[in-house]
Design a protein around this ligand. Structure first.
Ligand SMILES: [Zn+2]
Ligand SMILES: [Zn+2]
Length: 253
């Protein structure tokens, strides 16, 4: 399975509009972070988890010509805003895009993209086939996805385990039963917003402590804000098995 980090930034991305801080002014391409999303290539199929506001740019950068499904973690705008762009893949494949989301996330999609779900087939609108998921494992083209329910303050968010790979964004609490699903993962991706504590995201210290509970072979931090610092400096201070992910990073699991 090949994983591509499409974006590794927090909701506003890095740099932030109008910010003059050292991180936002950095010339290191690894300090340019689009909104968090990951692409998974397995058995000849390609999936993305979340379609944030930068989805179009991410698909162009990675030269993606075929996308077999979209899976959503939760309904915040930085994770769903790019959904309209799946129409490019409708044209290429001639098929509807399978979209996997919980009932609550589907309600938000229907509200935010009312024209897609109105039943009026206006020419050029995205064609989407919704599949309802909950915390029960589900299969797409023979690949098992195990949802992991995590909390983003009070909001339940789904993380996903696919084989030895676990992807969790937008969390600051994981219940013990859900931790059982993560155990044994070789590679864990987890959000780490900044150094200071935050109401709905793990801080750097909390993320490191959580990763250590699972002792994976490798772990990558995502959903990073400009407050966390520059990539080159962060990598020096982290334990060697934990790296800060960066946009365009590709790993094999
Ligand atoms: Zn987010
Ligand atoms: Zn969120």
């Amino acid at each position: 399975m090949k994983i591509t980090f499409l974006g590794t930034g927090t909701s506003q991305g890095v740099p932030l509009i109008g910010c003059e801080c050292e991180v936002c002014r950095s010339t290191d391409p690894k300090d340019k972070r689009l909104r968090s999303s990951v692409m998974i290539e397995i058995d000849g199929y390609t999936y993305v988890i979340d379609t944030g506001p930068d989805f179009r740019q991410q698909m162009l950068r990675e030269n993606v010509k075929k996308l077999d499904a979209v899976i959503f973690t939760h309904e915040h705008k930085d994770h769903i805003a790019g959904l309209d762009e799946v129409r490019a893949f409708n044209y290429l494949s001639g098929n509807e895009m399978p979209v996997y989301a919980s009932a609550r996330v589907q309600e938000a999609l229907k509200r935010e993209f009312a024209y897609v779900f109105s039943g009026v087939e206006y020419p050029g609108i995205p064609k989407i086939n919704l599949h309802t998921i909950n915390t029960t494992p589900f299969e797409i083209n023979g690949t098992m996805f195990t949802p992991i329910e995590v909390f983003h303050m009070h909001l339940p968010v789904l993380g996903f385990r696919i084989g030895d790979f676990t992807y969790i964004t937008d969390a600051n609490f994981i219940a013990d039963e859900e931790k059982e699903k993560i155990k044994g993962s070789k590679v864990i991706v987890l959000n780490a917003l900044r150094r200071d504590k935050h109401v709905s995201h793990y801080s750097l210290e909390e993320a490191i402590a959580m990763i250590k509970e699972f002792s994976p072979e490798r772990a990558y931090l995502i959903h990073i804000s400009h407050q966390l610092g520059k990539q080159a400096e962060l990598d020096k201070e982290l334990p060697t098995f934990i790296r800060c992910a960066f946009d365009g990073l590709k790993i094999e699991v």
